[in-house]
Design a protein around this ligand. Structure first.
Ligand code: COA
Length: 161
């Protein structure tokens, strides 16, 4: 299995991320059950219903080899998310800091460097700002990327200046 990462730039992709995180049904499923005129309207209704905390930026990992037989036979969820197997949100909290949150990788494709690739995307996007996150575990993964655990034992900080 190979993968690429990309920044989310379309409403369809944002919705794919919601499906990946099991927060929602697909917009097509939603529209088939609800008399709504357009995908845009369906999206707006879904967004309202889910009370989405709209992150300013998202990055996703997408499998490159969806045509590979092994991948295709593995599970249909890859098709439902249009190949998304990992996602992360970034919010700007100040002029100097960005916050990394909601990092998640599909449990069937972990330990292949997908989270690391997404973390690298966030670091590059944030530069030269400081990247902050809160986590009770996974400290070694973030430490590998240069994050330093703070005294509270939960906050990790990567200064880039
Ligand atoms: C935490 C999580 C995002 C990691 O995703 P991942 O894609 O498996 O992460 P990576 O593959 O980049 O790295 C994970 C480990 O695999 C190792 N690894 C990376 N590539 C590897 C490879 N090709 N072969 C073997 N191991 C590999 C890394 O060294 C890392 O080891 P470590 O945990 O001992 O530091 C994933 O387990 C997850 O979604 N967990 C549930 C949600 C969660 O906890 N999110 C984080 C909240 S802060």
């Amino acid at each position: 299995m190979t993968f690429r990462t990309e920044r989310v730039t379309t409403i369809e992709r944002v919705l794919d991320v919601h499906i990946f995180r099991r927060w929602s049904i697909s917009v097509d499923q939603y529209m088939s059950k609800n008399p709504i005129a357009s995908r845009k309207e369906a999206w707006e209704t879904l967004t309202e219903r889910l009370r989405v905390d709209d992150p300013s930026v998202q990055f996703v990992a997408v499998i490159d080899d969806a045509d590979d037989e092994d991948v295709r036979n593995d599970d249909t969820r890859f098709a439902e998310t249009h190949g998304i197997v990992g996602a992360v949100d970034v919010t700007s909290t100040s002029d100097t800091n960005v916050y990394l949150k909601n990092l998640m990788v599909d449990d069937r494709v972990r330990r292949r460097g997908i989270a690391s690739a997404l973390i690298r995307d966030v670091i590059e996007y944030a530069s030269p700002k400081t990247v902050v996150l809160t986590t009770e575990d996974q400290h070694s993964l973030y430490a590998f990327h240069g994050f330093q655990l703070q005294e509270d034992g939960m906050t990790m900080v990567l200064e880039q200046q």
